[in-house]
Design a protein around this ligand. Structure first.
Ligand SMILES: [Ca+2]
Ligand SMILES: [Ca+2]
Length: 184
């Protein structure tokens, strides 16, 4: 084999490698145009810092407002539940966390509800009855609206400047929400 032939073979081989590489790359893009390298997925799993409390982590759903059901669905889709609050300390930590984000004036869904039985509230996230409570004065009042809807879903709301107290609210109300994740 003379030098000229060797050079030609090398050139063809180089072109082949380039083309093959390009095809593979193109195919990857076609198969999944919106895919990102999932080697960084763990670091990017959450889009904002989570409040850690014991074995629980709270996530604030503040990128869109949703009714109780959609908020529930969103939390579940991301491997979480709407939040439950089981002590004053937990309540205070969550309240501070929300206030530190400058969102203390907003409403936030929790998983609390009396949808199953009027007046009997439980946490949908755990299925357990609500024991610790932080209701605002006069709540829960199960207010009935003109369209017949009553108040069956529990939100955090700073109604009168006394902090994020609990209020039963119509489940169709669209607002922010708190999800909770458990370490496993
Ligand atoms: Ca009710
Ligand atoms: Ca109410």
């Amino acid at each position: 084999m003379d030098l000229s032939t060797c050079t030609k073979i090398f050139a063809v081989l180089a072109i082949y490698i380039c083309i093959t590489g390009a095809v593979v790359k193109t195919n990857n893009n076609q198969d999944c145009p919106n895919c990102v390298d999932d080697s960084t997925a763990a670091a990017n799993r959450w889009t904002m810092p989570l409040l850690k409390y014991g074995e629980k982590r709270y996530y604030l759903g503040i990128f869109f407002k949703a009714n109780y059901y959609r908020a529930t669905q969103y939390c579940r889709f991301h491997g979480m539940h709407l939040a439950s609050i089981n002590s004053q300390e937990e309540n205070d930590k969550l309240e501070k966390y929300i206030k530190d984000f400058g969102l203390g004036h907003e409403h936030f869904w929790t998983s609390g509800t009396d949808l199953a039985q009027e007046g009997s509230f439980f946490w949908m996230s755990t299925g357990r009855p609500i024991t610790f409570t932080n209701w605002n004065a006069g709540e829960p009042n199960n207010f009935q609206y003109e369209n017949g809807e009553e108040e069956n879903c529990m939100e955090l709301w700073n109604r009168d400047g006394k902090g994020l107290k609990w209020n039963d609210s119509p489940c169709s109300f669209e607002t922010y929400f708190v999800c909770e994740a458990h370490e496993s």
